[in-house]
Ligand binder design. Structure first.
Ligand code: SF4
Ligand code: SF4
Length: 381
């Protein structure tokens, strides 16, 4: 959707596409910690247990900077800092400043609750390219219910402070059964404060946090409900006429695709496509304890950066990514554009990159059903 893509620079897209063709790791994520001061029900990484030993297992500032040096030589330009909660680290400011001085375009993911005056001052001196702030609801009650802490007002104030510095802020909302009633209010907050907005009702199974949980996530909607909220999200900024227009367009597109795909002359693919996003092609993710992955949500493949060094870890990651195949069914699916199943969804839902993720299929079927009904019904205005 257009409003989901706000803030992505065409030049970044051009560069990442070029980089993928030349195996250059132009985009990277440093997952600085798995620790967090929140305890969200749907979190894929954070566990409250034994924070001290988690902290001890984290890469040090020195290790991160040495990786960054090597990655820069390899072509890294765009760097996302994430967690857990990145700002929970005592040395966050030291690391951020050093990375900013190295010239990367930095983006930070944060829950927004630990933005202090000192951090604002740091951002004044070294402005990040963007800060993505999770907003989990519109009231302290919702925060308490979903995140276990009542920090909504603190987060809202941080967003306002960051905006006052002229920093680009994207508000991100994961819509769950615990906060879905606040969707409209978060949208209105984002409009009022002039932030970009990203919402999703699809939640990945937390396979990294709890091994063997493929397809499970107690905090997520049924696929049908997730589809319903996905449509609400896609249409949140539309007038009733625009919403109807969208419903007609989606329905017609799927119908056209069904006709094309049912053509008996059409050659059927024997195996699925390779990875379609940049994961492992021009981008990497390094976990808090030094494992390089194609994407932060997946459980494999991974390469040990401490042992191999950045360049060899990237080589191994890129090689593994190039061998991944997505489900063959997705190559001949009329709903593919609506569904947007990615490699991480397949792997976390089924344990295999080339297996069709049933939950994701059901979610997109539910979306299509809603759009079909709305297209038939017509605009209600
Ligand atoms: S704020 Fe993010 S990292 Fe922290 S518990 Fe919630 S989802 Fe996990
Ligand atoms: S996951 Fe299912 S609905 Fe989505 S593209 Fe693949 S086959 Fe189609």
């Amino acid at each position: 959707m257009k409003y989901m893509e706000q803030g992505e620079f065409p030049v970044s897209r051009y560069l990442t596409a070029k980089a993928a063709a030349q195996k250059i790791p132009v985009t990277g994520t440093f997952e600085l910690t798995s620790r967090c001061n929140f305890n969200c029900k749907m979190c894929y990484i954070h566990g409250m247990e034994d924070m001290d030993s988690l902290r001890k297992g984290e890469l040090s500032v020195k290790e991160w900077l040495s990786i960054a040096e090597e990655a820069k030589k390899g072509g890294l330009l765009f760097l996302l800092l994430t967690g857990g909660e990145a700002m929970i680290r005592d040395d966050f400011m030291e690391l951020y400043e050093a990375l900013a001085q190295m010239g990367f375009r930095l983006v930070i993911n944060t829950n927004g609750s630990l933005v202090t005056d000192e951090i604002l001052d740091l951002f004044r001196r070294y402005p990040p390219g963007r800060i993505n702030v999770s907003m989990y609801g519109a009231s302290e009650e919702t925060y308490g219910r979903l995140c276990g802490v009542r920090r909504r007002d603190r987060v809202a104030k941080a967003i306002q402070d960051l905006k006052a510095l002229g920093i680009s802020v994207r508000t991100t909302m994961t819509i769950t059964p615990y906060n879905c009633e606040d969707m409209q209010a978060v949208y209105e907050f984002s409009r009022r404060e002039g932030t970009l907005l990203e919402m999703t009702s699809y939640m990945f199974p937390p396979v990294r946090r709890d091994e063997g949980m493929q397809g499970e996530n107690a905090a997520r909607f049924s696929a049908a409900e997730a589809g319903r909220y996905m449509v609400e999200k896609e249409c949140i900024a539309l007038t009733p006429e625009q919403r109807h227009e969208r419903a007609v367009k989606v329905t017609e597109h799927v119908k056209r695709m069904e006709e094309i795909l049912s053509d008996p002359q059409r050659e059927k693919p024997e195996c699925g496509k390779g990875i379609i996003c940049q994961a492992g092609r021009s981008s990497f993710w390094i976990t808090w304890d030094g494992r390089m992955k194609i994407c932060g949500l997946t459980s494999e493949p991974e390469a040990d950066v401490r042992e191999l060094g950045f360049a060899a870890a990237w080589e191994a990651t890129h090689r593994a990514a190039s061998q991944i195949r997505l489900p063959v069914e997705c190559s001949s699916c009329a709903r593919a554009e609506l569904c947007r199943a990615c490699a991480a969804m397949c792997q976390t839902e089924t344990g295999h990159y080339d297996h069709r993720p049933q939950y994701v299929c059901d979610l997109s079927a539910s979306m299509l059903e809603i759009y079909r009904r709305e297209a038939e019904r017509g605009s209600e205005v």
